[in-house]
Design a protein around this ligand. Structure first.
Ligand code: URA
Length: 244
């Protein structure tokens, strides 16, 4: 996984206004440090998370952040909202509790929103490359939801979800989705895309309103068992890389 990359000489030049030729001699004089070690190659690439120092001055020091949250219902998947609590408000309130005061919350964005009344697994990051990777339709990353319906469901739903449904507003047919019946009014649905209110609209075809919608997993990443609504944690490296 790579973030936006620039060659070291270009990076230094852009950040300091110093001529690229002069950057070469700075390197030879041992004035440049990359991720804590002396830089040895002017052509090496740096990305937005490479730690770069010139003499004692830090030119860039941004740490990638990857978070899983169990989004509660009644909270907006947004960074700002004038009316409602946002997932960022929740993070800000609890960040000290989680002893991660240096977390770069202000630069986080949401990776695949959930509706106001949907709960469950929500990912946040400051790494644009990673979030694009997770959300590009070509990746077809599966998202697993548990759905509780107002009325009972039957086996005809399974075929209809698998066949795809035409949405005239967007002029698209939904990609094959997997529906598994858990009990008369509860199902799991796996989508490989994220159309506007997709699950509610798909059940709407059967005039069967969604009462509760909860996202359980994205790809191989499953919401922690027992994670309370509003709780969150940083992902470990292996989880971050599981989407590669
Ligand atoms: N489908 C919906 O209708 N809402 C969501 O939040 C996610 C999928």
């Amino acid at each position: 996984m790579q973030s936006k990359r620039t060659r070291l000489d270009r990076f230094i030049s852009q950040h300091t206004g110093i001529n690229r030729k002069d950057v070469r001699s700075m390197l030879a004089q041992g004035r440049l440090k990359i991720d804590g070690s002396l830089a040895t190659d002017i052509h090496q690439f740096v990305d937005e998370f490479t730690h770069v120092m010139l003499d004692e001055k830090t030119l860039q020091a941004k740490t990638p952040v990857y978070i899983m949250m169990n989004k509660p219902t009644g909270v907006v998947s947004a960074t700002k909202d004038n009316k409602h609590t946002t997932v960022i408000d929740i993070l800000k309130k609890t960040v000290n509790k989680n002893e991660t005061e240096c977390l770069d919350i202000d630069n986080l964005h949401i990776v695949g929103r959930l509706d106001f009344n949907t709960s469950g697994l929500l990912l946040l990051t400051n790494d644009g490359r990673w979030s694009r990777l997770l959300t590009t339709p070509e990746q077809k990353i599966a998202k697993l939801y548990q759905v509780t319906l107002a009325n009972s469901i039957n086996k005809y739903y399974i075929d209809a979800f698998a066949a795809g449904m035409y949405f005239s507003f967007e002029d698209i047919t939904t990609r094959p989705a997997t529906l598994e019946i858990i009990s008369s009014q509860v199902a799991t649905v796996t989508l490989v895309e994220g159309r506007y209110h997709q699950i509610k609209r798909m059940f709407g075809r059967f005039q069967n309103p969604v009462v509760e919608l909860h996202r359980i997993a994205i790809g191989n990443l499953t919401l922690d068992v027992g994670m309370e609504h509003g709780d969150w944690r940083e992902l470990v490296e292996q989880e971050v890389k599981s989407f590669l």
